[in-house]
Design a protein around this ligand. Structure first.
Ligand SMILES: Cc1cc2nc3c(=O)[nH]c(=O)nc-3n(C[C@H](O)[C@H](O)[C@H](O)COP(=O)(O)OP(=O)(O)OC[C@H]3O[C@@H](n4cnc5c(N)ncnc54)[C@H](O)[C@@H]3O)c2cc1C
Length: 415
C-alpha cells in the first residue's frame, strides 16, 4: 500500500490524480480464517486492526452485510469524551481518547480528530451536584476535566442563552481535550490499514447462521457461502441479539433507534461540543458549517433505521431555549441508527457460552468515542481468550452477579 503524504499529494497533482490505489481490496472469502469478525463498523474494524498490530494475527476476515461503516459508526454525531463517572468506564474511554490523539498518524489516514472541548451543561441543581462529583472522580482517574461557571460557559459559547426561564445554565462539566473526529474517516482509516496487513474485508455478505460443535464455533454460514474460523468475534451493535440467537445464547440488550439531524450550513458560530442532558439534546458545528444535532432514543424497541418525526421536534424544541438561533435555521437531513442498550448503559466485552466466541456490544448511544479503546481491548480478549485490564469489568457475568457499572442513573448522563 502506498503511504499518503504531502509528497504523494504533490506527485499525484503532477500526473492528474491517476496513481491513487483503491483504499482497501474487495476480496472473495477464503474457506477458513484464524479469526472471523462479524460487523465492519468501527469496533469490528478496530478489533481486526489491533489483532494484527498488537498480536501479529493477520489471517482475519471482517464480514459485513452492507457496506463498511454503514451502521452506527457512520451515522453518529462523532462526540469524543472520557469524562465518565465509574472507573472501568473512564479507563477504556480515556484509552480510546488518547489513541484518537495520534490515530491519524498511526493509520496514515486523516481522521480529522478535533479536540475542540466538550461541555456538559448543568441546568438543574441536581445535575450540578452530579457533575461536581464527576470532576472529583475524574481527578482520581487522571482524566482532565474541570467545573466551569456560567460566565465561562458564555465566553466559550457566545450564542448560548444562559438565562433560560425554565433551564438556566448553572455551569458545566468541561473536558478541554474532548471533541470530535470524522466518523467515515475513522472507519475508512481502520479498513485501509487492515487491508494493508492482508486482512479480508468482505462487504455485502450477511452472516445467516453460526455453526458449532462440542461447545466451540466452527464457522459461519453467509450469503457468500460457508466460512470456517478458529475464533469468532460478534461486533454488530443493534443486531447483537440476532447473532447471539444464531449462536444459541441470549444477551441483555435492547435495540432502539437513535437519531440525529443537521441544519443548513452557516458561518462558524460554535467551536466546542455542547451536551444538554436535562433537556436532552447535543450540538456541535461541522467543518461544512452545519449544526449537528442529536437527541434521545425512540421510546420503543425497534430495528427501523429511521427514527420518528416527533423526536426531531422534541430535540429541536428542547435546544431552542438554550440556542435561540436554531429557530431561524432550516433542518436539512435526519437519519437514525440502531443502538444496542444494556441496563446499566455500559458495554459488554466478553467471552460467551461458546469457548471460542467473543462478543463486543452494548455501546448504545456512546460507542463512537470508544472505537480505538474497544478494538484494543477486544483484540486482547480474542487473542488471549481472557480479558485484559481494560475489558475485565465488562463481562456478561456482571448481569448475573449484580455488578453493574452504572453510567445512567448513578452518573446522571444519558449518553
Ligand atoms: C444518531 C446516533 C448518534 C450517535 N452519536 C454518538 C456520539 O456523538 N458519540 C459516540 O461516542 N457515539 C455515538 N453514537 C453511538 C455509536 O455510533 C455506536 O455506539 C458505535 O458506532 C457502534 O459501533 P459498532 O462498530 O459496534 O456498530 P456498527 O457501526 O453499527 O457496526 C455493526 C455492523 O454490523 C453489521 N451487521 C449486523 N448484522 C450482521 C450480519 N448478520 N452479518 C454481517 N454484518 C452484520 C451492520 O451492517 C453494521 O455495519 C451514536 C449513534 C447514533 C445512531
Amino acid at each position: 500500500m502506498k503511504r499518503y503524504s504531502v509528497f504523494a499529494l504533490a506527485r499525484e497533482a503532477m500526473r492528474h490524480q491517476k496513481g491513487w490505489e483503491r483504499a482497501w481490496r474487495s476480496p472473495q472469502p477464503k474457506p477458513r480464517y484464524d479469526v472471523v469478525i462479524v460487523g465492519a463498523g468501527g469496533h469490528g474494524l478496530a478489533t481486526a486492526y489491533y489483532l494484527g498490530r498488537n498480536f501479529g494475527v493477520r489471517n482475519v476476515a471482517v464480514i459485513e452485510k452492507g457496506w463498511l461503516g454503514g451502521g452506527n459508526s457512520g451515522r453518529n454525531t462523532t462526540i469524543i469524551r472520557s469524562n465518565y463517572l465509574q472507573d472501568p468506564s473512564s479507563a477504556i474511554f480515556e484509552k480510546a481518547r488518547k489513541l484518537y490523539e495520534t490515530l491519524s498518524q498511526d493509520l496514515n489516514y486523516n481522521v480529522m480528530f478535533s479536540p475542540r472541548g466538550v461541555m456538559m451543561l448543568a441546568q438543574t441543581p441536581h445535575e450540578m451536584r452530579g457533575y461536581l462529583r464527576t470532576v472529583q472522580a475524574n481527578r482520581l482517574q487522571s482524566v482532565e476535566t474541570e467545573w466551569i461557571g456560567p460566565e465561562r460557559v458564555k465566553s466559550l459559547v457566545p450564542i448560548m442563552n444562559i438565562e433560560g426561564p425554565r433551564y438556566p445554565v448553572l455551569g458545566a462539566l468541561w473536558q478541554p481535550r474532548g471533541g470530535t473526529a470524522r466518523h467515515d474517516a475513522v472507519n475508512w482509516g481502520y479498513a485501509r490499514a487492515c487491508s494493508a496487513m492482508g486482512m479480508d474485508i468482505i462487504q455485502q455478505c450477511e452472516v445467516t447462521a453460526i455453526r458449532s460443535a462440542n461447545g466451540q464455533v466452527t464457522g459461519v454460514e453467509t450469503t457468500k457461502g460457508r466460512i470456517d474460523c478458529g475464533k469468532l468475534g460478534i461486533v454488530v451493535a443493534g443486531h447483537s441479539g440476532v447473532l447471539a440467537e444464531m449462536a444459541g445464547f441470549r444477551l441483555p440488550i435492547e435495540s432502539l433507534a437513535l437519531q440525529a439531524l443537521v441544519s443548513e450550513p452557516i458561518k462558524p458560530v460554535l467551536d466546542t461540543v455542547v451536551m444538554a442532558n436535562t433537556v436532552h439534546g447535543y450540538i456541535s458545528q461541522s467543518d461544512k458549517g452545519e449544526l449537528v444535532i442529536g437527541g434521545g432514543t425512540d421510546g420503543f424497541v425497534n430495528y427501523a433505521q429511521r427514527g420518528s418525526f416527533q423526536h426531531v421536534e422534541e430535540t429541536v424544541r428542547a435546544l431552542i431555549e438554550t440556542f435561540p438561533i436554531i429557530s431561524r435555521l432550516r433542518m436539512m437531513r435526519q437519519w437514525a441508527g440502531i443502538v444496542d442498550m444494556t441496563g446499566d448503559r455500559s458495554p459488554i466485552l466478553s467471552a460467551t457460552p461458546l469457548g471460542n466466541c467473543f462478543v463486543n456490544c452494548g455501546w448504545g448511544t456512546g460507542g463512537f468515542k470508544a472505537i480505538p479503546g474497544s478494538g484494543w481491548a477486544m483484540a486482547e480478549l480474542i487473542h488471549k481468550g481472557a480479558p485484559g485490564p481494560l475489558a475485565a469489568e465488562f463481562g456478561l457475568d456482571r448481569f448475573r452477579e449484580g455488578r453493574f457499572i452504572d453510567e445512567s442513573v448513578a452518573a446522571g448522563v444519558a449518553h
